[in-house]
Write a protein that binds this ligand. Structure first.
Ligand code: PLP
Length: 356
């Protein structure tokens, strides 16, 4: 048997045996009492994870499904797309392809979204929705969510859509307290589940908006999710295996404790940061706005990143990412999301030292 190569890429991340065991549980009917009990049982934990009293929905799609859905359900006038990396940049294109008016606010990759710029843009009165990526996985930038949310509070007619795909479950985010209108996350990043599934929640304000938006379709109509959730079912057959795995993962998360989990991410992230400095590398993300769940290392030493990644894989069976898109070779990314501990991250760093 070929040895397993453990993932340290920022998604999909390594999936534990325990999670796979849950994923492999015998199938149940999606309209059965068993399913309703499953959804009902995990729901309070999902609300705590999201920091919301609103219902949390299960989407059998990757996160992009819900990102596109948010545009289709909520943009009436024009979306302001806050762009600072591959994922946030793409959202602008998606809005256009959905036939919506959208405007790009682009900052250089590696820089953060400044709430003052958002304020200036919204003051024009041109926008009724904002798209924001909390943790821009391609550059390792974590945007200042509380500041941006404070700015949004000045504009009650504007909907704030926040992608927390690589931060929810690794960093504390309180949807209701922050006033987020759509908070969405994917399975395969900080929750360490297999890819192909996502979770999201929608504020009352966003539902009021969606009511006025035509052509919301069926599969991603927020009102379908809302209606079915009251019966503890989904509008179509969901990936039940994912929901079993999610149940198991939520048990683990609350056994560890949310705060302990967030602290663990802070600690393992600090280990990576110490290593970056010790190895005389630099950070791609600007200081003060660096992610707690992954690190985008700048290749200021001019090493052969692809060779490093290959050697790490062949010799130690560990997989790192050699840079996203146009940053390939100029950066590499190390994830500390999901189940990683001080021990596993220290092991990765020792193996990196060995390969450099
Ligand atoms: C990975 C990622 C996505 C896309 O997730 P998919 O599962 O591929 O749809 C979106 N946003 C962020 C911030 C991501 O890290």
């Amino acid at each position: 048997m070929t040895p397993h190569n453990k993932l340290f890429i920022p998604g999909p991340v390594e999936v534990s045996e325990k999670t796979w065991e849950a994923f492999r549980r015998p199938m149940i009917g999606h309209r059965s009492e068993d399913f309703k009990n499953l959804y009902r049982g995990i729901h309070p934990k999902l609300q705590t994870l999201f920091g919301t009293k609103q219902p949390v929905f299960l989407s059998t799609s990757s996160a992009w499904g819900v990102m596109e859905a948010s545009i289709r359900n909520l943009v009436g006038k024009r979306a302001l797309c806050c762009m600072c990396g591959a994922f946030s940049d793409k959202w602008f294109d998606v809005a256009k392809r959905c036939g919506k008016e959208a405007e790009a606010r682009q900052v250089e990759w590696g820089k953060h979204i400044d709430h003052k710029d958002v304020d200036l843009a919204l003051a024009t009165g041109k926008f009724d929705a904002v798209t924001l990526i909390h943790n821009e996985t391609s550059t390792g930038v974590m945007n200042p969510l509380p500041e941006i949310c404070c700015t949004l509070a000045k504009y009650p007619d504007v909907i704030l859509i926040v992608d927390t795909v690589s931060s929810c479950g690794g960093v504390k985010i309180d949807m209701d307290a922050l006033g987020i209108d759509v908070m969405l996350t994917g399975a395969q990043k900080a929750l360490a589940l297999p890819p192909g599934f996502s979770l999201f929640s929608v504020s009352e304000k966003a539902f009021a908006r969606a009511e006025k938006i035509p052509n919301r379709g069926f599969y991603f109509d927020f009102f379908e999710f809302k209606k079915q959730q009251t019966e503890w079912i989904t509008q179509s057959t969901p990936s039940i295996a994912h929901i079993h795995a999610l149940q198991s993962k939520l048990d683990e998360i609350f056994e560890e404790g949310l705060d302990a989990r967030f602290d663990r991410h802070v600690r393992t992230n600090a280990l990576v940061h110490d290593w970056v400095r010790r190895a005389s590398f630099d950070f791609f993300a600007e200081e003060g706005f660096r992610s707690k769940t992954l690190t985008c290392v700048k290749n200021n030493r001019g090493i052969d990143v692809l060779k490093l990644a290959r050697k790490l894989r062949e010799k130690h069976h560990l997989v790192i990412d050699p840079g996203y898109g146009k940053l390939k070779g100029q950066t590499f990314r190390l994830s500390n999301m999901g189940d990683e501990t001080d021990e596993t991250v220290s092991h990765l760093l020792a193996c990196l030292d060995d390969c450099l």
